[in-house]
Design a protein around this ligand. Sequence first.
Ligand code: PBG
Length: 321
Amino acid sequence: MNRTRRLRKTENIRRLVRENKLTIDDLIYPLFIEEGENIETEIVSMPGIKRFSLDTISKELDEVVALDIPAVLLFGIPSKKDATGSETWNDDGIMQQAVRFIKKSYPSLYVITDVCFCEYTSHGHCGIIHDNDVDNDATLPNIAKQVISHAKAGVDMVAPSGMMDGMIATIREALDNTGFTNIPIMSYAVKYSSAFYGPFRDAADSAPTFGDRRTYQMDPSNRDEGLREATFDDQEGADILMVKPALSYLDIIRDLKNNFDRPIACYNVSGEYAMIKAAAANGWIDGERVMMESLLSMKRAGADIIITYFAKEVAKVLSKK
Ligand code: PBG
């Protein structure tokens, strides 16, 4: 008889046949950095995650480095916003200051910046508004200015999240023309218009003041379109392709893994984090085991890289083993 249970008998045989593993090497930890002083604000819907100002963030970074987490993904929260999000290309803006500070104080830590406008615009959308909608082509030159400014500050990699058509080609050209040919692009290639971003929008103060993001982020009903999005970004020169959110989109992660010869990343977003934290706090689930199982499912689906608010916790669990 075929007995699949033979290979499950003991932990050691299970170890030998185990197909997928979550490791610290897979993790990117997001950080929210707010302009100002003495800020260390708990984000209520994301227990354990805080907004820091640059003068309070060192202990968080010390911990990230001590846990051997390879990379951080930075989100800036500026003190002033305007219609175009012009603070995004201010060489002394919060993101640029943060990059310079982290690269100087923690040179080995790999620093990635989120390239977007929604935290920086007065209306909370990811670009310039014309006729009540984001104007794709008018936004592209501003994306170029923003990445050049991040590059000059010393960023290791940029991660555009605005879902503008042509953004990857624009960024590659801007970086190449200014001598930053070695800075890779991790594209939020397949990003859905998702309710799972709720807690993040509080954390980053980036909720749109009118309408929603459905004219630029993808419809959660669509799968084939994900391949089309990823194909364009692949052709335009994205180095890493990301799927976001992760848990409700494992099919898309697998599609990308099967179809592209590029590293695949996924973003385990704020709502996914909040749900596990809330259920665990109520004693309804074993938070640690559900965390590990969820992240493992992303690896099994085909993710090479996982961006997660759980990164520190996961690293602690893994380093105990
Ligand atoms: C946009 C951006 C968003 C997230 C990352 N980058 C939010 C959005 O599109 O509204 C969401 C991350 C999360 O929910 O954890 N700059």
